[in-house]
Design a protein. Sequence first.
Length: 618
Amino acid sequence: MATEFTKATNKKFLQEYDITVEDDYKDTFEGYYADLKGNKITKSKEELMKDFKTVAQINSECPETMNPSMWKHTFLDDLEGVFEIVPNEIYQVRARSLDFANLTVVRGQSGWIVIDCMTTNYASRTSFNLIRQTVEDMKASAIIITHSHGDHYLGFGGVGNEDIPLYLPDKFDEMIYDERVTAGDIMSRRAKYMYGCYDQHAITHCTTNVTCAEGEHLTSIPYSKHTTYIKENITLNVDGVDVEFINTPDTEAPANMMCYFPKLHALAAADNMLQFLHNLLTFRGAKVRSGKVWSKVIDDTIVKYGTDVQVHFGGHDWHILGNAKINKYWEVQRDMFKYQHDQALRYANKGYSPNEIAEIVELPKSLSKYHCCRGLYGNVGFNVKSQFQMYLGWYDNNPAHLNELPPKEIAIKYVEGFGGEEKTLEIGKRAYDKGEYRWAATVLNHLVFANYKNKEAKEMLAKTYDQLQYQSECASFAYNYQAAAYELRHEDAKRSYPRGVSLHDLPLSALMEFLTVCVDPKILGEMNSSFEIKLEDTCESVVLVVSNGVVHTRKLSEFKNGVKGNKDDVCDLFEKKISIEDALKKGVEIKGMEDVEILINAVEFKVNEFLLCDPNKL
C-alpha cells in the first residue's frame, strides 16, 4: 500500500513530465501485420487503436503503487505478433509474452536474412515460423547477430545451424565469455534484482518460464562453419542484399555493430538507440560504457546516413519511419548520452564526488520531455556515477572512505552510536513515518547488517523498499527494491540458482579462464607446476600454469602434468561430479596424479548461496 508521501511524490512527478503525450503510443501500432496466432490484421492503424485504451484512460487507471511514467510505459508496445516495417522487405516479431527482444528478417534472394535471435531457441523458432506462416514460407538464408548480449544470440539454435552464413561483430566469441562467464555467477544473481525475478508481470518472465522438450536445449551459442567477423566498416553482399556493416564496439556491448540497408534506406541500430534511457553501467554489472564513445557513434551515423535514412529499427521496442522523425530521434539520443558524460566530468573537475554529482545532474527539459530519454531502464544518477568511475575509479578522494570498515562491522558501530538496536529501529521508523525513505533505508540497513536475525528491522526495511519501489520511474530501481524486500521477508530466498550457462557447453578456453577465478590459493599452496588439459572428442587443449596461488592459461606451452579425456568426463571431474577413480575407469588419462588432485581440490565450481542484502556471505 502506498503511503500519503508516496502518493504525493507520484503526483508531483506529473508536474515534471507530461505523460499525456500520445506520439510514442501511436507509433507502437505502426505496421501491425499479424497476431501471435497467425491472424492477419485487416484494420487500419486508426481502426485498430479504437480497440485499445486511450492514453488518457491508461493514465487515469495508474495505481497508487506505481510511478505514472512507468505505468504508461507498460502499455506501450503492447501489441504482439508480426510487424511490417518495409512492405514485402522487412518484418519483425515483437511479443512480450514470448521474449523481451525482437527478431527481424530482411528479404534476401533465396530466403530470409535474420537479424538477432532472441533469448531462447523456443522464442526464435516460434517467431521465425510465424513470419514464414504469415508473410512467406522461406528458410533462413543468413543470420546477422548485432552484439554480444544473450537476449540477441542465445536463440540461435531456433533458426540457425552450422551451415548457415553467420555474421558477427569482431571479438564476439571472446566477449560473450568474458562478460557472461568470468563474472557470470554474481552477474546472474544481480540480474535477478535488476530484471524483476519476483514480479510475475516483469518483462523477463517470458524467458524464465520457458520449458524444453526432452533432449532440447533452452539456449544455444552461435556457431557456423561459414562465419564472417566484421572487423571494420565494410559493405558485403548477404544473399543478394547489400549490407553496410557499421562496427560500433564498446557502445551498448563490447562486441557490437549496426547494419544499413541502402536500397531500403533502413538502419538496424542493434541496441544503440532504444526507446528509453539506456545504461552507461548496467545494474547487473558489466564494464562501464562511455557516453562520449556512444554519442560519437550516433553522430557518425547522422553524418553518413542522415540524409538518406527512412527506416529505423532495433533489437527492442518499435520502429520509426520518416527521415525528419528519425533524424530528430538520433540527435536526441546522441545528445542524451554525451550530456551525461560531459556533466559528470564537469562536476568531477569542480571537486564533486560521484554521489554529489548524481544529485545535481538532470537532463535538460529539451531532452527529458522525450520518451526515449526517460529513465525507465537506465537512470541518469546511476549513469553519471559510472562516468566518474570510468575516468577516476571508485574512490572519491575523501580519506574517510579510503579504508572503511566492512559493511557488517561499520553497521555494528552505527547501531552502537545510535544507542542500540531499539533506538536505531526507532530512528528508522521515525524516518519512515516522515516519508524520508532514503534515510530510513540507510538506518535500517545498518540495523539489519548488524543483526540479520532482527525480524522487525527486516520487515521495516522491506516496507521502506516497498515505498521506494512505488515511486521509481526506473524499472531497474523498482525491481531492485522489490527483490530486496522479498528476500528480507522470505528466508528461502537464500538458495543457489542454476548457472546461466552449463560448463559443458563452454569451449575449453572459456572454461579454463573461468577455472582461474574459481581456485582457492590456500589449497594450491606453493605449487609451481603446469598441466595440459586435452579433450579428445572436441580436439581442444589448454595449458594451465600454476604459480604463487595463481593459475594462468596458455594455448601452446611445455607442461609437466596433464588430464586427457572426453569433454563430459573431464568437466565432471573438475566439477567433482565424479571421483578421480571413476574418471580413470571412464578412460580419462592423468599424468602427475598428486598435482592434478591438488588442482581439482582447489577448484570450486559450485554456485554459492547468498543474499545481496545479507551481511553473512562467507
